[in-house]
Design a protein around this ligand. Sequence first.
Ligand SMILES: [Ca+2]
Length: 322
Amino acid sequence: MLVSGILSRLSSFLLLGLVTLPKSSYTSSSNGQSEQNLKELKHFELEPPFIGAGFRLLDWDYHGSTVIDVFNKIKLTPEFSSRSGSIWSKKPLLAPSFIIDIDFKIKGEGTVVYGDGMAFWLTGDKLPLGHVLGAMAPWDGLGILIDTYDNLSSGRILPNVYALLNDGTMNYEKDKEGQGLIIDQCEMDVRNKQWNTRARITYVKDRFLKLQFNHEGWDNWVDCFTIEKLKLPKAKYIGFTAETGDVADEHEIHRVITTAVLNPDLHFNLPTEHGTSLFPDSFFDTNISSPSTLAIFLSISLVIFVGWYGFKIVTKVDTKRF
Ligand SMILES: [Ca+2]
């Protein structure tokens, strides 16, 4: 009974290990059922023609140097110095988990210096125009900054893409490029590309935010960063901003598609919130946190136990025989 009980539990555990994908995979399932988990959110989309009834942008507010080129693009800044522009969703995004695809372009004549860059925002309030690539600090939520000007004169490779998290209290020091607020970053060659660049923000509430870029060709996605256990405000305004300084670039938004992910666990093949939740707490008497470690330990224990038990039976039979 003891052996069969252990075998039963071990087989269940190993089966769980087989069906639970590594958390770092975060790949979307491609089956039809997964597609049913997606819902396009029209109030958070930008597509030409950008104006609706009454020749107005219905779901977005824009400010500063932003110009709506109705059938082509939304130009946040022209390639002129000292401009800043923004466009913000009128309503906050309430979907807990979502995917935002942003087609954009950064272009200019400059070959040595240019700037300053553009930013994507997911914040608890709409931000006025300011010096954080077109938005005002502080902010409550996340800013993703595509920085094309080296304020630090550090000689680093640009553009740099930063994730800046703020709880609404911390200031942003432009001369320090927001150091102290940066939670992740990557280098990404997204300036003066032949085609529009597409950024994809994938967020699963309290689990992760992943940023990818497609800037070199058809469906050729490059990971920028994945931030684990990121918490965003429950109601999130979506914003796009850009800024030029002494040097300039043209910063453009061409298309934004926002999709709610209704069942992220199924869509992304995520493991259960607690990888061991299918087992009663009593099964885990120790603080072993890694299932793979426990599986290895149980497997070795089982082999030793079965070997020892089998040896005892054989010895007993042999003793009776003689
Ligand atoms: Ca900068």
